[in-house]
Design a protein around this ligand. Structure first.
Ligand code: ADP
Ligand code: ZN
Ligand code: ZN
Length: 690
């Protein structure tokens, strides 16, 4: 027998099938990873097919060995890899790599056993939990173990922190032991998660999903409308039919809360694919999916490649999140891959969001996906009351600070009731817009109707669409004020200012700095969730799907900044952010407030966001998109030249431009805009970009 092998070498010259002989008496099948002689050394490769004989003239080299006990890939995954190769113009080896954990390559990890944790014998739980009253993580981990008997170390480390488990071990409270193939299955306590009765709306949605196996859905449900509960029931339904499921969550949404929820619902049949796991843990979780022990994969975008057979359901939660697009090679859109996969396997696809992408909603409206809507929050809890504050009035009143009087008043109220507040600072983009603090004037390009961006390095304002340059403003052209703001604010500054006003309040900060560590985001949300701080100040990261029952105030310091970013998605992203941030307040029975500070209180988007009116927003936005031929009515294609030497880049750019120009002449009518220019970020890591 002969195997068709793709060698795991990233080089266009070897991006093709090589035939190798399967050694006599060995059974090597499609999907196996093998070791083969290639050029002068041994390399890893993927068997993508087998056949009785080869049309190759010379003598075939033999496969030297198999790398895994069972084939790593299934025929379905190989087909998907081929589709990905064709769609995204990557090497097949590159596409295949997406399907296995990086640590599996080169035999970096090999772990056929797994570490488990249980409470040591002769431990007096009552005494110990008292002793641990000042170590809440350890205490919770212990209580969890008391309830569940034992649990995988990988899970406990994510849920409670590796430090807590190590500390418990040092105390002698728990022991960690290895279990091989014959380990006792981890006992999930069923009914641990409070079991709820679906609302009428939820039930209608669920029934529609269940009775349309293999179809694709868009679930549009306001924040707090119980989408997660629907996902869980849909997964249960898939499992009842002996099928498997993939649940995708934005990386940042993979909080301990979410993971605990899924563990308690599905016990050991769920595998968590999370960047916070160690290489060995990820490897273990991956193999549990591959060998069928786990049937539900929960993870960030790469979990779409989970090695599940008999797939019945794919869920993409918070489908509007940008993190679903891979921005490094191999670039792919998770939704497209999910569609390919669901087509191949006849799996149901559900995308869910409180603020779907305009394109997604358009698609659903035109009948390509089935549109499901949840209009009410659970228990009819009302959305928080939004108060729009005109910051221009604050300046007129002599209030120069970034906090309006309204916001300070609401903060006082919240703190005095022992409730929590979240303050959101809009700092998307690498450089903020230029705005007059007195009148709200924003510097814009004359030709493009987008805002200008301040460039510190050459002290200029620039248009990111046409490249036009403008002088930096000293005074506002509209009102003559010198209160021009070029720079955004940082979370640190906001916290410092607030500390002066509320000296006894406890603060937490969440931004790129404080979340540098892998579990930084989870740690901070967990601390806030437990009430370890009164006010959380953060960037867009704080907006993501957490259920904070005690948060009754959300303040948005600069609600309009995002509106002017030079991107056709700016309005959509701003609307989505405002809605998501606001959705954090008033989740339980307490009334919530959202204070939107803005310089443009009459902007249609601020008004629509205040009323949580997605439908009107959509109607408004889709007309603009159509008029400008933006997606979904057109495609934007970026051709990027990256070069080490600037002149070489320019030369290559010119050559490409000429070639594309002839193409354009042929399809003149299809082109809306076509130009060559420098990238907004002119160089990255010493490479010039055009
Ligand atoms: P979403 O994902 O749409 O923002 P969640 O799924 O987080 O909303 O639900 C919001 C809250 O309502 C959660 O605390 C959840 O446990 C609760 N919940 C969901 N469905 C029900 C129900 N049918 N009855 C009671 N509570 C529910
Ligand atoms: Zn002005
Ligand atoms: Zn311009």
């Amino acid at each position: 027998m002969v195997a068709e092998v793709i060698v795991d070498v990233l080089n266009t010259n070897v991006d093709r099938v090589f035939d190798y002989a399967i050694p006599e008496g060995k059974e090597i099948v499609e999907g196996a990873r093998v070791l083969v002689p290639f050029a002068t050394k041994l390399v890893e490769g993927f068997v993508i097919a087998t056949k009785p004989c080869s049309s190759f003239e010379g003598e075939l080299k033999e496969i030297k060995g198999e790398l895994d006990l069972i084939p790593a890939l299934t025929p379905e995954l190989i087909r998907l890899a081929v589709q990905i190769k064709n769609k995204y113009h990557v090497l097949l080896a590159e596409a295949l790599r997406l399907f296995i954990p990086a640590e599996m390559r080169g035999g970096k990890v090999e772990q056929k056993t797994k570490n488990y944790v249980r409470i040591s014998e002769n431990v007096d739980l009552g005494v110990l939990t008292k002793e641990l009253s000042r170590a809440p993580k350890q205490r919770e981990a212990l209580l969890y173990l008391a309830e569940h008997g034992e649990a995988p170390l990988s899970f406990l480390a994510v849920a409670f922190g590796r430090g807590a488990i190590n500390a418990l071990k040092e105390r002698g409270a728990v022991c960690i032991y290895e279990q091989g193939v014959q380990r006792i299955p981890y006992k999930a306590v069923s009914g641990h998660g409070k079991s709820v009765t679906l609302t009428y709306e939820q039930n209608a949605v669920l029934q529609k999903i269940i009775s349309n196996q293999g179809k694709s859905f868009l679930l549009h449900g306001v924040t707090g409308s119980g989408k997660t509960e629907i996902y869980i029931r849909a997964i249960k339904n898939a499992l009842e039919q002996r099928k498997t499921a993939i649940m995708l969550v934005p990386e940042i949404g993979l909080t301990p809360q979410v993971m605990r929820r899924f563990r308690s619902e599905f016990g050991e049949s769920v595998a968590l694919l999370h960047s916070g796991l160690s290489a060995g843990e990820r490897y273990d979780e991956w193999w549990r999916l591959r060998n069928g022990e786990a049937k539900v994969a929960v993870g960030a975008r790469s979990a779409i490649f989970a090695p599940l057979e008999n797939l019945g359901l794919i869920i993409i939660d918070e489908e509007h999140e940008q993190s679903y697009n891979s921005d490094k090679s191999p670039r792919y859109r998770t939704e497209e891959v999910a569609r390919m996969r669901s087509m191949q396997t006849n799996a149901t696809l559900i995308k869910g969001s409180a603020t779907p992408l305009i394109e997604s909603y358009y698609r659903a409206k035109s009948g390509e996906d089935i549109l499901l809507e949840l209009k009410d929050r659970i228990n009819y809890v009302s959305m928080p009351e939004a108060i729009v504050v005109d910051m221009r009035n604050e300046v007129m009143r002599g209030n120069d600070s970034v906090f309006s009087e309204e916001l300070i008043y609401r903060l006082e109220q919240t703190l005095s009731h022992g409730e929590q507040a979240m303050l959101y600072i809009n700092r998307r983009g690498f450089s903020p817009v230029v705005m007059c603090n007195a009148c709200g004037y924003v510097a814009r390009c004359k030709d493009c109707d987008v805002s200008l961006t301040y460039h510190k390095e050459d002290e200029q304002l620039k248009c990111h669409y046409c490249g036009a340059k403008y002088r930096v403003l000293d005074v506002c052209p509209e009102c003559g004020s010198a209160k021009i703001r070029q720079r955004g604010l940082g979370t640190e500054k906001v916290v410092n200012e607030l500390q002066k006003r509320f000296p006894s309040a406890r603060f937490l900060r969440m931004d790129a700095d404080t979340t540098k560590n892998k579990d930084g985001h989870a740690r901070i949300t967990e601390a806030f969730f437990k009430g370890e701080a009164d006010i959380l100040v953060g960037t867009q990261m704080i907006a993501k799907g957490h259920d904070f029952a005690n948060v009754t105030l959300v303040g948005v310091l600069d609600a309009d900044l995002g509106l002017y970013l030079s991107d056709f998605r700016a309005a959509e992203r701003t609307f989505s952010l405002l809605t998501q941030v606001a959705g954090r307040a008033g989740r339980a029975q307490k009334k919530g407030y959202v204070v939107l500070q803005t310089h443009t209180p009459h902007h249609p988007l601020v008004r629509l966001a205040k009323d949580y009116d997605f439908h009107s927003f959509y109607e408004h936005e889709i007309l603009l998109r159509e008029a400008a031929k933006y997606p979904p009515f057109g495609s934007i294609i970026r051709v990027m030249v990256v070069a080490e030497k600037e002149e070489e880049g320019i030369a290559a750019l010119k050559e490409l431009y000429c070639k594309l120009l002839t193409f354009k002449q042929k399809y003149e009518k299809s082109f809306v805009f076509f130009n060559k220019m420098k990238s907004p970020v002119k160089f990255i890591m010493k490479k010039y970009r055009f």
